[in-house]
Ligand binder design. Sequence first.
Ligand SMILES: C[S@@+](CC[C@H](N)C(=O)[O-])C[C@H]1O[C@@H](n2cnc3c(N)ncnc32)[C@H](O)[C@@H]1O
Length: 260
Amino acid sequence: MSDDGPMYAQREEAGEAGTPEQGAATGAETPPTHHARRITSFRSRRSTLSGGQQQTWERLWPQIGTEARNAEGHPVVLDPERWFGRQAPLILEIGCGTGVSTSAMAQSEPDLDVIAVEVYKKGLGQLLGVIDRDGIPNIRLVRGDGVDVLEHSLPSASLTGVRVFFPDPWPKARHHKRRLFQTETMALIADRLKPGGILHAATDHQGYAEHIAEVGDAEPRLRRVDTDQQLPISVARPETKYERKALAGPIVTELLWERR
Ligand SMILES: C[S@@+](CC[C@H](N)C(=O)[O-])C[C@H]1O[C@@H](n2cnc3c(N)ncnc32)[C@H](O)[C@@H]1O
């Protein structure tokens, strides 16, 4: 894949309501190329699951994981109540990486349900291993583009929280268009959050922090809040490898907005 990203074709919208098409793992190292977005915030990365990870994947993915798109390229519309087997406030984490924050935060907030989206299969494989080992009941996994999931898999006012920790900063000016946070993404997040719901972003890249602040503050449905306020979801992140790198260098900026 070129550095400028794939030029994905537009595709029709469909999907079966309430049936995350579980077990759709293809073994391919990149998600199916059916994204509406012409430019994506992620790169293609080759990754191979270890033997143990593969076994866990085959056992658990059909139950708690789904591709964002089915084999025909249609978006899978999620039915969280059915998938989790309960009604609970829902959090969407975009770009969970290996899921260090995801698993720790889900365990500390058992009354919330977390859908973690990632394109990187090995990262999801690692998170699946931790879910299995620790018996974490309140995480479900989606493999694909988090913006695609926001746009096509979840309805308006369905989320109590959106978390994006250390999104790729795409530091070169010619790559800024690849950043996850854009005016359109902020509008989409604002629409999918319930009133009072929280967007929590963290980055160690000063320039990207300024950009996220600018596009977030410009979204009229979002109001900036502070970490020390009473919020419906925890904003206490565990330290990840990105955090450790950041502590050795630049400062981590936490950015929080509440849906009006
Ligand atoms: C720098 S890593 C941070 C991982 C994790 N949040 C952490 O704090 O350790 C960024 C991750 O976001 C993922 N990513 C980037 N754009 C994405 C998108 N549109 N949808 C899903 N995942 C995405 C990448 O694959 C990568 O694993």
